[in-house]
Design a binder for this molecule. Structure first.
Ligand code: FAD
Length: 489
């Protein structure tokens, strides 16, 4: 393939979900030129699908300390405290920024932000918009601003297929016949939950950015830590994997077994609720448990009620069949607190990144906050250094880059294998099988999961059911062919 053109920018951003859009706006507002590359339409980003909202300690009865404590408690001994501290301290200001960018969050009758409650939070702290249409509202507003910004060029429908690293630094990327050269490249390509057969995520969430970074020599970590959301719809045509937000349990919805009995604290952290459901399903052979939303006001969660009604389930009159599904990748591209990966010039933010903030089990609604907090920090850092001149590849290097093949989507066999062998409960035999899969990220996930010979948070090894002290605060980090255990401060 010939290289059609090159394009220069101060910052190249890959991915137009919450993290990428906000990063592009932060950079442009600092006077930088930005090229934003996005493979899928807006409505197919996880950000657009986000329902519950953003966690921020804004209530009178809340504090940074309390938000930090809940984050660490949910993260099961693996949260990197410095990253969690940054999140809890900076999230309230990012909510303010979004408001000043025109995002209208839901307010109570006194005009104060209405705050929702979700599992693992000890107080109400989830800021939302349009009831459970938070992601859609936020992303639409940010993308309208991006589209109108004179310093942002958007390459829509363009898929990054390689990063260009020269003299050990990332200098640009290749996408669909173009080479985008930049002083800094920021990957905000989202997570990898759609590698699993049963998922709440859009089909594009297959960890492509993680693989691009890995190929470029960056470290990845915690890939064994996939969070399974407890309440994804099952057995309803057209709505398979549709997420019923935890905020609905926060308002009083309850979970029931086949006999109609409650069996779990619905507001426990996600790993606990997902595990209780899966154990029950294994014991009874049932496919689903029932989510009772009959006491919930449909006006509070209009998009969830209407999506279910369109699919023929009326949540005001009947229980909704739900079961866990792959939802959120806690692992990803290793970064410091300024979004820097281990390759100079390459940044990662949002679900593609791994700061260690979520530990082994993300606290609900910390991820949207993370997108905004760390996108801003990464852009400040990227623009703060003395700007290097943009480097250009020679002709033969440009030809080589242009001929890098596109990463193909995971096959149905790989997706089935991840669900079977790296599902909620996993064990050595299945993981060893997965380690021979054709998909490179599936193999890395299997390696990390095999190495963590304990159960912690979202990682439940049937053959190693105990949580081992020796693994506390230890992250499985993969570089090229090496796996190394690191403790981050
Ligand atoms: C149904 C659902 C509900 C959720 N609810 C909440 C919630 O209430 N609160 C919360 O905090 N979190 C929630 N989450 C998680 C949260 O939405 C995500 O973690 C977050 O939105 C990720 O944002 P992002 O910008 O990192 O990635 P995404 O929003 O996934 O965007 C990724 C972008 O990268 C692009 N991309 C990927 N690969 C390439 C490539 N090779 N080249 C070019 N572009 C590429 C995609 O096209 C897309 O534009 C939810 C997730 C789901 C699926």
């Amino acid at each position: 393939m010939a290289v059609a053109s090159t394009r220069d920018a101060d910052v190249a951003v890959v991915g137009a979900g919450a993290a990428g859009l906000y990063a592009a706006l932060c950079a442009a507002s600092e006077g930088a030129s930005v090229t934003l590359v996005s493979a899928t339409p807006l409505a197919q980003t996880a950000s657009y699908w986000a329902q519950g909202g953003l966690a921020a300690a804004l209530a009178a009865d809340d504090s940074f300390e309390l938000h930090l404590r809940d984050t660490e408690r949910a993260g099961r001994g693996l949260v990197r405290r410095s990253a969690a501290e940054v999140l809890v301290r900076e999230a309230p200001d990012r909510v303010g920024d979004l408001q000043s960018l025109g995002v209208r969050f839901d307010a109570d009758r006194f005009g104060q932000l209405a705050l929702g409650l979700e599992g693992g939070h000890s107080v109400r702290r989830v800021v939302h918009a349009g009831g459970s249409a938070t992601g859609r509202r936020v992303v639409r507003q940010l993308s309208a601003l991006v589209a109108a910004h004179p310093r942002v060029t958007v390459l829509e429908g363009a898929r990054a297929r390689a990063l260009w690293v020269s003299d050990g630094s990332c200098r640009g990327l290749v996408c669909d016949g173009r080479i985008v050269l930049a002083r800094a490249v920021l990957l905000s390509t989202g997570g990898a939950a759609a590698l699993w057969e049963r998922t709440t995520n859009p089909p594009g969430s297959q960890g492509v950015g993680m693989l691009l970074a890995h190929e470029a020599g960056a470290a990845l970590a915690d890939l064994e830590l996939m969070q399974f959301h407890p309440t994804a719809v099952i057995g309803v045509r057209g709505r398979e994997g549709f997420l019923v937000t935890e905020a609905i349990r926060g308002e009083g919805a309850t979970l029931h077994d086949e006999r109609g009995e409650r069996f779990v604290d619905e507001l426990a952290p996600r790993d606990e609720v997902a595990r209780a459901i899966q154990e029950l399903l294994v014991q009874t052979g049932a496919r689903s448990v029932g989510l009772d939303m009959r006491g919930i006001d449909p006006a509070r969660f209009p998009n969830v009620f209407s999506a279910l009604r369109e699919a023929g389930v009326d949540p005001s009159r009947e229980l909704v069949p739900v079961a866990p599904a792959a939802h959120y990748m806690m692992g990803g591209i290793v970064t410091d607190l300024d979004g820097q990966s281990t390759v100079p010039g390459l940044y990662a933010v949002g679900e593609a990144s791994c700061t260690g903030l979520h530990g082994a089990n993300r606290l609900a609604s910390n991820s949207l906050s993370e997108c905004f907090v760390f996108a801003r920090r990464a852009i400040s850092h990227a623009l703060s250094g003395t700007a290097d001149a943009i480097e250009r590849p020679g002709d033969s290097e440009a030809q080589r880059l242009a001929s890098v093949p596109e990463l193909t989507a995971a096959s149905p066999e790989t997706r089935a294998a991840l669900w079977r062998d790296a599902g909620i409960f996993r064990e050595r035999e299945g993981l060893e099988r997965l380690a021979g899969d054709t998909h490179p990220l599936a193999r890395l996930i299997a390696r990390c999961a095999l190495a963590r010979t304990e159960s912690r948070g979202a990682h439940l090894r049937s053959d190693h059911p105990a949580t081992e002290e020796s693994f506390e605060l230890r992250h499985a980090v993969v570089y090229a062919d090496e796996l190394d255990w690191q403790t981050w401060s």
